[in-house]
Design a protein around this ligand. Structure first.
Ligand SMILES: [Zn+2]
Length: 386
């Protein structure tokens, strides 16, 4: 493989020249050794940003993982191609091909194994927070064995995050399988160790297996959908690393283009903050940008909410209750109840006062959403008749 930083930069400049209507190049700052860290912004500029999902995709946090180079290169080519049209229209995709140029030019791993690096804290974290990423993907490559993996397990197990991250991982695995690449879903033991939550590691834990350190603050602060993946450059050649990486990434990007069955709006399905599929506390808002603000605020204040409770006083009435004990909110939130079948809704109230709702259906049930305007501390009880 040609592992020259100059060649990668030249290819990006060519991408920019050939697709100036969709591509922008932004310098994020300099690495510790003074090398430029570039981000490629790809989107349909005719569609307002406030209507789009934001995806941040990182490559080469670990400098010696050669297979990442073709994986990122195929992704960039796909994003500007005809096949990437819908993704460009519905998302801003920010690709950082070389997060760690110092490690890359020396062909060294070049990053701490047990924490986020200084360059990542200084450069990647502000980018992710400023862009308010809805999805974050960290691409790696193994130089041993034949394993290719989707890495999940960055969640706090709140709401339905384990299910939703698992489902995204499944889609990636299935997409890769169709293209002929046998990925596994690899939680890397992080579920029990939760190293990103400052849980002390056991003293004999000298081979930490969790390494998606930038995903952790993205999830913790923004409730981004955070995924990692490994292509394999020991077993696969350059061409295959590119094809395999792309085959796994496309289904993840498509998740941001479509409506998941339990959501009212399309986009990455990470708006359930607490509760479960039957009753949940969710982000609210008419546009992507407003829903994103709501998601982040409700998530950051998640500990001030109780898990919503769902009651069924009769076969035609559902009640749901959630308590909030924090400072006044600036965003609305939504209480969502899932009802069997697709009955007509005859009335909805919030704390005894008639209110509006909206709903989404799948083939066995109806999700009814009741928005609570920016709230102060108190109890919020929703009643739905059908
Ligand atoms: Zn790695």
């Amino acid at each position: 493989m040609n592992l020259s930083l100059e060649l990668i930069e030249e290819n990006i400049r060519k991408l920019l020249v050939d697709n100036s209507d969709a591509v922008e190049l932004h310098s994020l700052g300099l690495s510790a050794e003074g090398r430029n860290i570039n981000a490629v912004y790809i989107t349909d500029k005719k569609v307002p940003l406030g209507e789009k999902e934001v995806a941040v995709i990182m490559g080469l946090r670990h400098g010696d993982e050669a297979g990442v180079v073709p994986a990122v290169s195929s992704l960039l080519d796909w994003l500007v191609s005809e096949n990437g049209t819908e993704t460009r229209r519905k998302q801003l995709v920010i690709v950082i091909p070389v997060v760690n140029p110092d490690g890359f030019v020396k062909q060294e791993f070049g990053a701490p194994r047990d924490r986020i690096s200084d360059d990542e804290s200084k450069i990647m974290l502000p980018l992710i927070l400023k862009s308010q990423a809805d999805m974050v993907l960290d691409i790696h490559s193994l130089e041993r064995g034949d394993l290719e993996a989707v890495i999940t397990g960055h969640t706090e197990h709140l709401g339905e995050d384990d299910l939703i991250h698992g489902l995204a991982a499944c889609r990636m695995m299935e997409g890769a399988a169709v293209a002929g690449y046998p990925y596994v879903i690899h939680a890397l033991g992080v579920q029990s160790l939760a190293p990103w939550l400052s849980t002390p590691r056991p003293s004999n834990y000298d081979t930490p297996s969790y390494n998606n350190w930038v995903c952790a603050p993205a999830y913790e602060q923004l409730h981004s959908l955070v995924m990692g993946m490994e292509v394999n450059d020991f077993y696969l050649n350059e061409d295959d690393c590119g094809k395999s990486g792309l085959a796994a990434i496309i289904p993840l990007l498509e998740l941001g283009n479509t409506r998941s069955s339990w959501e009212f709006s399309s986009g990455y399905p990470n708006r359930i903050i607490r509760g479960n599929m039957l009753v949940s506390l969710r982000a609210a808002g008419k546009s992507t940008a407003v829903r994103r603000e709501s998601r982040m605020e409700i998530w950051q204040k998640r500990d001030f909410f109780t898990d919503p409770i769902r009651m069924l006083p009769s076969q035609n009435r559902i009640k749901a209750k959630v308590e909030y004990s924090g400072e006044p909110l600036s965003s609305a939130f939504s209480v969502c109840c899932r009802i069997r079948g697709n009955p007509a809704i005859s009335g909805v109230s919030l704390n005894g006062i008639k209110t509006d709702c909206y709903s989404a259906t799948d083939n066995c049930s109806t999700f009814v959403f009741v928005d609570v305007p920016p709230a102060v501390a108190g109890t919020y009880e929703v009643s739905i008749d059908f």
